[in-house]
Write a protein that binds this ligand. Structure first.
Ligand code: SME
Length: 156
């Protein structure tokens, strides 16, 4: 994906989030736009924090056996604990990894943070090894920030 394609996709997702009627619709649109526009994104989902567990919300891709992930488990749990994006180039070499599909080779998890609190995260798997890098962070971190705004609107 070229830089201008990525910038266009970011602008499209940002408008969809801002124009959605509520946070869950915004999340739904986000996962579909990302999955449909980035060939390397094989599985795209959003987990939301409920108590001490990450609970799977809207996703596109094969059903995951990990619908609920306790904090501290998996790459998802690690990203929530660290409150930072985690990129794993080779999931099979990472002992934290909870497998969703045998084809998955790499993963990125971007926390959705509001005032230092984790509200959830964007989780994306790829069937290609080392599929994620700085470009993906530059696409996904601003999206996570906007989702955080929509999610906190709903809470207030
Ligand atoms: N791989 C994640 C679990 C979620 S599935 O990929 C959808 C993890 O290790 O936390």
């Amino acid at each position: 994906m070229t830089r201008s394609e990525r910038e266009r996709l970011l602008a499209t997702v940002q408008s969809a989030i801002v124009e959605s009627m509520d946070a869950s619709h915004a999340i739904e649109q986000t996962v579909h736009l990302l999955k449909d526009n980035v060939p390397d994104y094989t599985w795209v989902g959003v987990y939301l924090l409920e108590g001490r567990e990450l609970v799977l919300g809207p996703f596109v891709g094969k059903p995951s056996p990990h619908a609920r992930i306790p904090l501290g488990r998996g790459i998802c749990g690690a990203a929530a604990a660290e409150k930072a994006t985690i990129v794993v180039d080779d999931v099979n070499a990472d002992p934290r990894y909870l497998a969703c599909s045998l084809e998955t080779q790499s993963e990125i998890v971007v926390p959705i943070l509001r005032d230092g609190d984790v509200l959830g995260e964007i989780d994306i798997d790829s069937d290609r090894r080392a599929a994620f890098g700085a470009d993906d962070r530059a696409l996904l971190e601003p999206i996570a920030a906007l989702l955080a705004e929509r999610l906190s609107e709903q809470r207030s």
